[in-house]
Design a protein. Structure first.
Length: 581
């Protein structure tokens, strides 16, 4: 990865497949191995590399546990095999006077009969590593499967009865096929400059404030909002999530309300204007008067880094193994590289999701330095051309960038969903769940909530960020959610991203692709009208000229072929086809 600057990223069970060009002057026979070990281990293991022609060698090894692994390639001249090869060619040519060659062999390997050398060749060749050279030592970072594959659901605990209410709904979320439940910040919420409903600059009596305005005198990032429950309630909820198979993710947002204890304990950690006033956060035209950003240029930056690392460790110790990181692109990249490596060196099961909507170079770099998975611009890509452009970019990043396709978030209600009705929600759900191994929805998606704050806005009217709602898992899209999650778990092809191949269609409304050679998908991007089109299956996929397909959503059978295949889809409708079934 970038000449060894970053570790190669894999998930548990994946082999490390590698290749190298290995050559030397002359005609000697070469040997090569890959040497590997868990970082910190003293013992190296080895696997042979095999020549595949034109000086290329290939091989692999399988890390046996999570965390960092080191590997290097070692190559040498096999003098024994080289001599045998030379003797074989001389004998084949009728040269029988080989006293000189025999003397050389005995000098190198000790006295012995010529016919005995062949049997002893493997052992002697491995021990006598003449002219041995090694590559640089490189690294692999092995994460658990959840870093690559999973279905996510987001909810605000205060709208579900706090931690006890969330604990009660976890079995239902697990039954629907969700693997991760993401909770926005669960810490005490500041009162100074608290935002009111619909982001009003002043709160009214009873307004709960934004969970991202973290901190009150009773506690900051390590504390729990008492309105949600106690630490014991939280830990019991986390344990219940692990028990049913839907684990808890919490938000890690590096910002503070004006009431956060750090403002008085460590004033040097915050930005001040020349007149001494604190500078609140803003991203013009957006203003966040209820929060302050920390100052990573503080003279006590080491103390700040350690404090933030310690916050994450507190929650890891409470059983949290997944973190959604808010706006990591506005903090120093070296800080994230250090923090993630430090946390995962002690608990390699921890997964970090990057919420960075920014320039491609920054998004890619955050993935390389350690973030397990990343948000993308999927939410804004709704046309055939937009989706193709995004997916081609992500496929180029596939060795290190694991996309998480959230169909909506608490901040993003795209116009496509605002005007497209239920068919738009169905189309986006199928795309998210079948394009990416990891996808998510935010509460209300399953009920097709689509009312914006105002025309042209992507904010929700009566946003849950600023008020408490009464939520329940009862939306009309839940049967489709459950079926898609069942399909995803049953079909390994949907658990990978790099196996995606886009298929040609004639029109602009039907978007089609295959995952490996097992699943084909066609989606009508038009939420208003039914559309007919032709999906072109190219040769070279390893498929027969004709093959049966089964629609896993409807149970209908069709015959497809290499070449042109007719599809007719309802508004927002889709085929999810099992090839060969």
């Amino acid at each position: 990865m970038d000449c060894g600057r970053y570790p190669v990223k894999l998930t548990q069970g994946d082999p490390v497949e590698l290749a190298a060009t290995i050559f030397k002057d002359g005609y000697e026979i070469l040997r090569a191995v890959v040497r590997y070990r868990a970082a910190g281990s003293r013992n190296w293991q080895e696997r042979p590399l095999e020549p595949v022609g034109n000086d290329r060698w290939q091989g692999s090894f399988e890390p046996s546990e999570l965390g960092r692994w080191q590997y290097s390639i070692e190559a040498w001249v096999d003098r024994f095999a080289t001599m045998l090869d030379e003797l074989d060619r001389k004998l084949a040519a009728g040269q029988v006077e080989l006293a000189g060659e025999t003397a050389e062999a005995e000098l190198l390997f000790g006295p012995g009969e010529l016919e005995d050398w062949h049997a002893a060749a493997p052992g002697l060749g491995a021990k006598d590593r003449h002219g041995k050279v090694s590559s640089a030592t490189l690294e692999v970072d092995v994460e658990r499967e959840r870093a690559r594959f999973g279905a996510w659901y987001e909810l605000f605990p205060r709208s579900w009865g706090g931690f006890k209410g969330v604990e009660k709904v976890l079995p239902q979320l697990a039954e629907l096929g969700f693997d991760v439940l993401y909770l926005p910040p669960i810490h005490p919420i500041g009162t100074t400059n608290r935002k009111g409903r619909n982001n009003a600059p002043a709160a009214k009596e009873g307004d709960p404030g934004s969970p991202w305005a973290i901190g009150r005198p009773e506690g900051g990032h390590e504390a729990i909002n008492s309105e949600l429950g106690s630490v014991k309630d939280f830990e019991r909820m986390v344990a219940r999530g692990h028990e049913v198979g839907c684990e808890i993710c919490i938000d890690f947002a590096i910002q503070a309300s004006p009431d956060h204890p750090w403002l008085t304990q460590h004033p040097e950690w915050f930005n001040r204007r020349p007149d001494g006033t604190l500078k609140y956060a803003e991203n013009p035209p957006k203003r966040y008067e209820d929060i302050y950003n920390v100052n990573f240029d503080s003279e006590d930056w080491r103390g700040l880094w350690n404090a933030l690392r310690d916050v994450v460790q507190v929650w890891v110790d409470r059983g949290v193994k997944v973190f959604r990181v808010d706006n990591p692109h506005t903090k120093p990249v070296p800080f994230w590289e250090w923090l993630i490596a430090d946390i995962r060196s002690r608990d390699p099961e921890v997964v970090f999701l990057s919420e960075a909507f920014t320039r491609p170079a920054m998004m890619a770099t955050l993935a390389k330095i350690g973030f397990s998975q990343s948000y993308t611009y999927f939410t804004w890509k709704n046309t055939k051309a937009e989706l193709r452009e995004l997916l081609e970019l992500l496929l180029g990043w596939a060795p290190y960038y694991r996309p998480n396709f959230f169909a909506n978030t608490q901040d993003i209600l795209h116009e496509y969903l605002q005007v497209g009705g239920r068919p738009a929600f169905e189309a986006r759900l199928v795309l998210a769940a079948t394009l990416s191994p990891t996808y998510g929805i935010y509460s209300g998606f399953e009920s097709c909530e689509n009312v914006p704050l105002r025309a042209g806005s992507e904010e929700y009217l009566d946003s849950e960020k600023y008020e408490v709602k009464s939520r329940a898992l009862d939306g009309p899209l839940l049967p489709l959610v459950k079926r898609l999650n069942e399909i995803r778990r049953a079909e390994p092809a949907l658990q990978r991203f790099e196996n995606l191949r886009l298929l040609a269609t004639h029109g602009e409304h039907v978007f089609a692709y295959v995952k490996g050679t097992e699943i084909a998908v066609a989606v009508n991007l038009d939420p208003r009208l039914p559309r007919e089109d032709v999906v072109v299956v190219p040769s070279g996929l390893g498929l027969p000229d004709e093959f049966p397909v089964l629609d896993l959503l409807t149970g209908e059978h069709y015959r497809w072929r290499v070449g042109r295949n007719y599809v007719g889809l309802a508004p927002g409708g889709a085929h999810v086809l099992k090839i060969g079934a």
